[in-house]
Design a protein around this ligand. Structure first.
Ligand code: XMP
Length: 173
């Protein structure tokens, strides 16, 4: 598999992201909300770089894609979400593609009583966003290719790779 981002590149960038995020949350009730399952490893690495008091919460979102061309309906499983009322939330996801998932999750968290919701994504696919959503922190801009590793999956596999690789087209076409 072609390596797009090495383990070292990812770790270096996460340290920079933590430096950028930290000042905005000093002295605030701060909750990181990770989107399952893809953000799991990103959350684990980022929180260990943040030297401010914080809580960790998780939410699950999945889109059921029908025909390849249809947008896909989003299902939010929020039963596991800890109480975010009165908290400043930083939503963490692995990748921003069309923006559908994060747009709906922001609305959901505001509905749950979060005081503010900012977004941090490790990867942003260039030229793919169709839903208007403000992204506050981005790890890497990447080309429109299917990537796996570091939490990202294909058929629920490859999440454990320590790097991010490009899945060869013949594997999914
Ligand atoms: P939207 O379109 O809602 O999609 O921004 C975000 C979700 O789509 C999945 N996704 C990918 N997963 N490699 C993956 O493993 C990719 O290249 C990729 N592109 C999109 C992912 O679940 C993400 O949360």
């Amino acid at each position: 598999m072609r390596v797009l981002l090495s383990e070292q590149q990812i770790q270096n960038r996460i340290a920079e992201l933590a430096d950028a995020i930290e000042p905005g949350y000093r002295d605030l009730p701060f909750t990181i909300v990770g989107v399952l399952t893809g953000s799991l490893i990103f959350v684990a690495d980022l929180v260990r770089r943040l030297e401010v008091p914080l809580r960790i919460a998780l939410i699950q979102a999945s889109s059921y894609r029908g025909k390849a061309t249809s947008a896909g309906e989003l299902h939010i499983a929020s039963e596991i979400l800890a109480d975010v009322r009165g908290r400043h939330v930083l939503l963490l996801d692995d990748i921003l593609d069309t923006g559908q998932t994060l747009k709906h999750l922001v609305q959901h968290l505001i509905g749950q009583g979060a005081l503010s919701v900012k977004i941090c994504v490790l990867l942003r696919k260039q030229g793919k966003q169709v839903h208007a959503v403000d992204i506050d922190f981005v790890g890497f801009e990447i080309p429109d290719e299917f990537v796996v590793g570091y939490g990202l999956d294909f058929n629920d596999e490859y999440r454990n790779l320590p790097y991010i690789g490009v899945l060869p087209k013949e594997m999914y076409e």
